[in-house]
Design a protein around this ligand. Structure first.
Ligand code: SF4
Ligand code: SF4
Length: 387
């Protein structure tokens, strides 16, 4: 196994955010200590998970106490911190200001010297080694940093099944370019292969996962909070994801980013081969962690010729449905929909099923959690029959 694959993944128990600083320190100590990653004077970019404007302490975005603790650890090691994120939808100074305010990030940096990024410039980066994309627009603060620390949350995700260290880096793509990538890469496999390209291009120095309270069910924004009680850290984001998936009951082949990382030799082939330090994975595993409605892979249960398989996949796939009781007709879903499959012409959102690419951006970005993921009746009946 090469050195990168054998990088340790630390797993530390942590029962509450009040004690997260000690758990973060321990998770870093187990993989060589923060000094291994940060030199005095380094410009350290911290990339939290601020998927959209959501109230803090809701398990949707990086917990402010967790972020504050990481900033303090980095500053004590001599690093100069800048926090940067490009959420879904438009990317401008006003959006960033309200994102930081609503998500508790403005508050989290108080008492530290950390800077919040308001620079919305970006650069098209050539990435000839990319398997799916060879050019990527990346926000400039990421490119100007000496050290990049990714702070993913342990959550499910309607499109990719799970969002973690690799997927967290999608937030270094500026604003609406994200929709463009969804539109171009409308299959889960190609989209996730792009995410692995992006992560390999950005090369985060370190990933520290907030797995204290995660999200199960219809993540990344409409699921339920679930206590997991762990902090994890690694210099290898692909291995960190494999370990986190194992904790919440996903096999590597069920999550396209993990499967692709294995295929490219960026991590071990299976969780048992990971270099876990701290608490063993089987001591923190949560076998009944709820998966997203969109995830249940009916076709895993049936062996069909590929043409029929692909037709069935389409016909039986989970889809977004608007809950009109919760919808406030803000139009955000229509604005963020990559193929413009949602119309607001009648004053309420209407989805054109023929155009929908099932990226679930509408579910992710709806401020009222009014977009639900539903499996068609035939899908539910067949699953019950085949179970
Ligand atoms: S984003 Fe949500 S609340 Fe706004 S129009 Fe769409 S479904 Fe309704
Ligand atoms: S309707 Fe929703 S799931 Fe379908 S393409 Fe638009 S944003 Fe994606």
């Amino acid at each position: 196994m090469n050195e990168f694959i054998s990088e340790e993944v630390s797993v530390v128990r942590c029962t509450s955010y009040e004690e997260c600083r000690a758990a973060i320190d321990e998770s870093l100590r187990l993989i060589g200590g923060i000094e291994r990653f940060i030199k005095k004077g380094d410009r350290v970019l911290i990339k939290p998970n601020l998927v959209s404007k959501k109230k803090p302490y809701s398990a949707i975005t990086t917990n402010p106490d967790f972020l504050h603790a990481v900033i303090c650890a980095v500053e004590e090691a001599g690093g100069r911190v800048i926090i940067a994120e490009s959420p879904g939808g438009p990317y401008n100074r006003g959006i960033l200001k309200s994102l930081y305010d609503v998500c508790g990030i403005t508050e989290a940096v108080k008492g530290t010297n950390a800077e919040l990024n308001f620079d919305t410039s970006f650069t098209e980066v050539e990435y000839p080694d990319g398997r799916t994309v060879k050019r990527l627009p990346i926000i400039d603060p990421v490119l100007n940093a000496d050290v990049i620390i990714s702070l993913p949350k342990l959550k499910t995700h309607a499109m990719t099944g799970y969002t973690g260290a690799v997927k967290n880096l999608f937030g270094v793509i500026p604003g609406t370019y994200k929709a463009e990538l969804h539109f171009r890469l409308d299959e889960r496999e190609s989209f996730c292969s792009m995410l692995v390209d992006l992560c390999s291009c950005v090369r985060p120095t370190l990933s520290i996962m907030d797995g204290i309270i995660g999200m199960e069910g219809d993540g990344p924004t409409s699921g339920k909070d679930r206590y997991i009680g762990v902090v994890m850290a690694s210099a290898n984001p692909y291995s960190l994801d494999m370990a986190a998936c194992d904790i919440i009951g996903y096999a590597p082949e069920e999550i396209a980013t993990v499967k692709e990382s294995c295929r490219r030799g960026l991590t071990a082939d299976k969780p048992e081969q990971l270099n876990i330090v701290g608490v063993p994975l089987d001591e923190v595993r949560i076998p009944d962690f709820l998966k997203p409605e969109s995830h249940f892979n009916l076709l895993k249960l049936i062996n069909l010729p590929s043409a029929l398989n692909s037709w069935l996949t389409n016909a039986l796939a989970s889809r977004p449905v608007i809950d009109h009781k919760q919808c406030v007709s803000c139009g955000e879903c229509a604005r963020c929909c990559p193929p413009k499959a949602i119309s607001m012409e009648t004053g309420v959102p209407v989805i054109d099923r023929g155009q929908c690419i099932r990226c679930f951006c509408c579910q992710e970005l709806c401020p009222r959690s009014a977009v639900k993921i539903k499996r068609p009746l035939a899908n539910r009946l067949m699953i019950n029959l085949l179970k």
